[in-house]
Design a protein around this ligand. Structure first.
Ligand code: OGA
Ligand code: MN
Length: 302
């Protein structure tokens, strides 16, 4: 840990290399030398993507980005999703989904009081997001960290018997399940999501998924979104998810990101889980800009 590695993977003739310093227990790395504004050579982009696949969460600190810069950089990785909740997006950049407790210029950031809702982004879509980028615009003085769990290392650490039992199971991901979870934690807010629910009906996703680029297996767990696991009874289903999420979110697989304004973090939704943490929303403001790279349908691991 903490050693600086020059990740040089392409056979190109340039000498450019990004520097990578691992900061989490099994994953997570801080990147320097990656131009975020303006042009990026294909070589550096290839190195950045290789680092994402290897470290799963990348942190680029100390930036000064506007939403347009974030969108332009994010597009280098593929087409971007437009979030179904339009009111949480920026009117001038619909690709930017806003998270926090700020309301301005025709945008209301998405704010949830639920705690530890581990998930990977847009698992309710037939083609969930490959990766997300999060830029810290306004950071509270305390709290509001984001935690990441290494769902890839967690899979590898399971005993062979459990792996055999769960590999091949299918979980049903449902926005209605998420809505009910949200209502329990935010009882004063009733949102009408019927249109969203109609656009995204419940969908099956593998419980153990293979990474689309590397093939690495990981646990695809979104406890607030999964209504049940197919072929299991409701109690067995709930128990299995609880056991697996407790396993995956042990300290040895978790990296807690304490935000500083100007941090850009990119995470691989096919390999890690993440969750927001609480902050005192009566004292502090928080505003994060998220872009979400569209993905491919997750493959069963076998
Ligand atoms: C998200 C998310 C975490 C946070 O917007 O996808 O999970 O810390 N946010 O706000
Ligand atoms: Mn998320």
């Amino acid at each position: 840990m903490n050693q600086v590695t020059a990740v040089k993977l392409t056979g190109g003739d340039g000498d450019e290399a990004i520097a990578v310093r691992q900061i989490g227990p099994t994953f997570g790395a801080e990147i320097t030398g990656m131009p975020i504004h303006g042009d990026v050579s294909p070589e550096l982009l290839t190195q950045f993507i290789a680092a994402l696949h290897r470290y799963r969460v990348l942190i680029v600190p100390g930036l000064d980005l506007d939403p347009g810069d974030l969108v332009a950089f994010s597009r280098r990785f593929g087409p971007l999703e437009i979030h179904a909740r339009f009111q949480n997006t920026l009117p001038k950049h619909r690709e930017v989904f806003c998270v926090g407790n700020v309301e301005r210029d025709g945008m209301t950031a998405s704010f949830s009081r639920g705690v530890e809702q581990w998930h990977a982004d847009s698992s309710y879509r037939a083609k969930p997001s490959d990766a997300s980028l999060f830029y810290a615009e306004i950071v509270p003085d305390e709290g509001g960290d984001t935690m990441f769990a290494d769902a890839t290392a967690a899979w590898r650490a399971l005993d062979p018997e459990t792996r055999r039992r769960i590999d091949g199971l299918q979980a049903v991901h449902s926005l209605e399940t998420l809505r009910l979870w949200g209502e329990r934690h935010n009882p004063d807010r009733k949102s009408d999501v019927s249109a969203q629910n109609a656009e995204f009906p419940p969908i099956r996703q593998p419980l153990v998924r293979a990474h689309p680029a590397t093939g690495a297996k990981s646990l695809y767990l979104c406890p607030a979104v999964i209504s049940h696991i197919e072929d299991l009874g409701p109690n067995e289903s709930a128990d299995l998810i609880e056991t697996l999420i407790m396993h995956t979110t042990q300290a040895r697989f978790v990296y807690n990101h304490r935000w500083r304004k100007g941090d850009l973090v990119m995470w691989d939704n096919s390999a890690v889980l993440h969750t927001a943490t609480l902050f005192d929303h009566t004292r502090y403001q928080r505003l994060m800009y998220r872009t979400t790279i569209a993905g491919n349908a997750p493959a069963l691991a076998d």
